[in-house]
Write a protein that binds this ligand. Structure first.
Ligand SMILES: Nc1ncnc2c1ncn2[C@@H]1O[C@H](COP(=O)(O)OP(=O)(O)OP(=O)(O)O)[C@@H](O)[C@H]1O
Ligand SMILES: [Mg+2]
Length: 761
């Protein structure tokens, strides 16, 4: 978007009430303004009014994508813990705004203005230019001028009231509230249904008249009139039927979308702990149960809701036709409901079993797919097959049990349903024949046509309850995942300091939840910003645990862990993680191009940034040799990359946002000596200007570190540079000697450290 024709409310050129909604030439010392910046600034200023400091870095803007959309801004605000909504307002809505909080008006050129007040008497809105200096007074703008720029798009925000949507338990009442939010559409659907119901009365009414009047009195003109009425009714019914289906489709889609977005968001907000403790298959299957909830909401629930309308309209009419028969229909419906009710409890129990069995089944499936390499290479197929057979049989047993149980109410209900539909006719005929009732033949037929329409909604309500049991089980399943405490409860809170990278552990003791022995005991050490810190120790000594605490994955430690003197738990979690780069032993690369993988965490960055990061990570050379260079597509599980290449890509990915602190946890352990040497050769270059935490089994790759932390069984043994450690730390010396004997055997002894070793001996 060219900047020079950006039209903004200009505060610089202000005389009386007239405002130059003009071009930038009116602004003396400002170059052409960037509408995107103006828009972001408007939102940031408005959020600040509510005490929330938005982080500019969290607004992910793709290059050349233009201004952030209202939906993106709403997301941004919500993630920062504000209530936010984008809406289309009219001028008269603006005039009625009472709140003193600024409202963001999104302009059509991609920029925005802040509405800080209105003067209804003079028909002006007071608008502030977000990029104007703080003290500048707002500009009064009238409707005509505003309409040149503003077509109604408005962003409103306020502090959250009560529990954030993310923190409310996922259950029936949550779903109910979500449905209620669509009340506008629901109201329209209701109105359409009501009209439709009235129209359904028409044909039976007509039949009644035709039989009673036309047939009996042979009146041709009445027949013509009735035909006309019927024709009109058909047209109406067709049109309204269309409208109703359309509305149901829209409403269903909206509910479905909202449900899906919410569920995924919540899942992402769960702590890593949760995923480590629960098998992926189980979690996936449980989350997948959402589809049942969706089907229920958009299917049975909506249609039953609409059928109820029909009921309200039809019942009085039926009673008008014949009270006796109506009572009989009602009694049948009640009987049916009672039968279904009686089976609810046992059904709930059996469905619970079915769902559990299904979950176990899919756990095996997902595990097998994920671990298929191991399954194949160890020839575990028969075992997996046995497991699967067993689970399938199990699920089958429960399914059959549930189906058999459900068969009972269905069977019992059938005769009663038939009675309500047809038996009533016989009773009616009997009443007419014996002269006990004054119901006419026409009315009897009309009743016949409508009677089942009343019984149906009643029965379907009872069925709704039955289905609700299934859905309750499904919601319960989804809830066991989503209702775990969210990691991001500290999402909006916390400090966002600019890190230098000094790390300090003060008496940190930590045990994983559910374990007795602490993984870390009274850890105390300190390194300055820019240190290259190595961590060594035997397997299980707590090295990875230290890096996990640093990333805020586990936050339930005792003692203090400070970054630049700020206790870690007081730092905003997303901010903390963004300040870290992490490379693990086995890194997951997403499906997509090499470039996309490198800039995964910063979609706004360009190919130049990707190249720079790749060069720093030593990945440039092999990427350029790939068939399509940076555009080469990496498949899931990255089979087209070697281990070393994958690792260097992962390092490039971690470097892309220039993290203040870079953690490499066994990042080079799985590499062959050549690839390892390549990565290590770059480490010093990578380390420039940031704190590095390097965990490694191979001491040879740590000799360059400024400081090396030696851990043993969760305790700090020593902290010093390599030469010092070799001399004074027994644990370290032992590890060092072990590894170098091994190296010597292969004639691959690192030459650089030879003299040091000699000293140590
Ligand atoms: N998610 C977890 N849940 C429970 N206990 C854990 C968890 N992760 C690690 N532990 C335990 O904590 C201790 C320290 O583990 P940690 O992963 O920090 O060791 P490490 O030094 O990184 O070992 P390695 O060199 O094998 O990677 C171990 O005894 C381990 O059993
Ligand atoms: Mg480890």
């Amino acid at each position: 978007m060219p900047n020079n024709d950006a039209v903004t409310v200009d505060t610089a050129d202000r005389e009386g009430d007239s405002v130059a909604l003009g071009t930038d030439q009116a602004r003396p010392n400002a170059g052409p303004r960037n509408p995107i910046e103006t828009r972001l600034q408007a939102v940031i200023t408005a959020a600040r009014f509510h005490g929330v400091e938005l982080d500019r870095g969290t607004m992910r803007l793709a290059p050349n994508s233009g201004s952030p959309s209202p939906a993106m801004l709403v997301d941004w605000l919500r993630n920062a813990g504000l209530w936010a909504r984008a809406d289309r307002l009219r001028w008269r809505n603006l005039m009625k705004l009472k709140s003193s909080a600024p409202v963001v008006l999104l302009f059509s050129d991609g920029s925005a203005g802040l509405l800080v007040g209105v003067n209804a008497a003079r028909h002006v809105a007071l608008i502030k230019d977000p990029s104007a200096p703080a003290g500048e007074p707002p500009v009064p703008v009238d409707e005509l001028r505003l309409s040149q720029l503003w077509h109604g798009e408005t962003l409103m925000m306020r502090p959250q009231r009560g529990l954030a949507e993310e923190e409310q338990p996922f259950d029936f009442s949550w779903i109910f509230r979500m449905v209620v939010r669509e009340r506008r559409i629901l109201r329209d659907i209701g109105a359409a249904s009501l009209t439709l119901s009235v129209l359904t009365i028409l044909p039976p009414l007509v039949v009644m008249m035709v039989i009673d009047r036309v047939v009996v009195h042979h009146s041709m003109s009445t027949l013509a009139l009735i035909s006309l009425m019927l024709a009109i009714a058909v047209v109406f019914e067709t049109a309204l039927g269309y409208a109703r289906r359309e509305l149901i489709a829209v409403c269903g889609t909206r509910l479905d979308t909202r449900l899906n977005l919410h569920v995924f968001n919540r899942m992402l907000g769960l702590p890593l702990d949760f995923f480590e403790k629960n098998p992926a298959g189980q979690t996936t299957h449980r989350m997948y149960q959402v589809y049942r909830v969706r089907e229920f909401i958009t299917g049975r629930m909506l249609s039953t809701f609409l059928d109820l309308f029909t009921l309200f309209v039809l019942l009085p009419f039926l009673f008008y036709l014949s009270a006796t028969l109506s009572w009989m229909v009602l009694a049948s419906a009640v009987l049916i409901s009672m039968i279904i009710f009686a089976f609810l409890r046992p059904m709930r129990r059996t469905y619970g079993k079915v769902v559990r069995a299904e979950t176990e089944k899919s756990t095996v499936l997902v595990e097998t797919v994920h671990g298929i390499r191991t399954v194949k290479s160890l020839a575990l197929e028969p075992q997996q097959k046995d497991q699967w057979d067993f689970k399938v049989a199990n699920a089958g047993v429960y399914r059959l049990e549930a189906a058999r149980l459900a068969n009972w109410p269905n069977t019992l209900v059938t005769p009663i349903e038939r009675f309500a539909e047809r038996g009533v006719l016989l009773v009616g005929a009997y009443l007419v024949l014996t002269g006990q009732s004054d119901i006419s033949i026409g009315a009897l037929l009309a009743f016949m046509m409508l009677g089942f329409r009343v019984a149906q909604p009643l029965v379907s309500m009872a069925r709704l309850l039955e289905e609700m049991e299934e859905v309750r089980a499904a919601i319960g399943e989804v809830g066991t995942v989503l209702n775990n405490p969210q990691e991001a409860s500290s999402r909006s809170a916390g400090l966002r300091p600019r890190f230098a990278g000094a790390l300090k552990f003060e008496d940190v003791t930590f045990a994983y939840p559910g374990t007795k022995a602490p993984a870390l005991k009274d850890i105390s050490f300190e390194v300055t910003a820019g240190t290259m810190l190595g961590i060594v120790g035997k397997s299980g000594s707590g090295k990875s645990t230290i890096t996990r605490l640093l990333q805020g994955i586990n936050r339930t430690y005792d003692g203090y862990l400070k970054i630049d003197g700020i206790e870690l738990r007081e730092i905003d979690l997303p901010h903390l993680r963004r300040s870290f780069g992490v490379v693990l032993q086995d890194n997951f690369l997403f499906r997509g191009s090499v470039r996309d993988n490198i800039i995964a965490s910063r979609p706004g960055l360009t190919i130049e940034d990707a190249v720079r990061a790749a060069r720093l990570a030593g990945a440039e050379e092999f990427i350029e040799r790939m068939p399509a260079g940076y555009e080469t597509i990496i498949e899931e599980g990255s089979p087209n990359l070697s281990g070393g290449q994958k690792q260097r890509l992962a390092i490039a990915r971690a470097l892309i946002c220039d993290p203040r602190i870079l953690i490499l946890d066994e990042a080079t352990s799985a590499l062959d000596p050549e690839s390892e040497a390549l990565v290590n050769a770059n480490l010093l270059r990578i380390a420039r200007g940031r704190t590095m935490v390097i965990v490694s089994h191979r001491l040879s790759s740590l000799t360059e570190c400024d400081q090396i932390l030696v851990l043993d069984k969760g305790k700090v043994m020593d902290l010093a540079p390599h030469p010092v450690l070799v001399e004074r730390c027994a644990v370290y010396r032992q590890l060092w000697l072990q590894q170098n004997r091994h190296m010597e055997k292969h004639g691959n002894r690192p030459t650089a450290v030879g003299p040091v070793l000699a000293q140590g001996d």
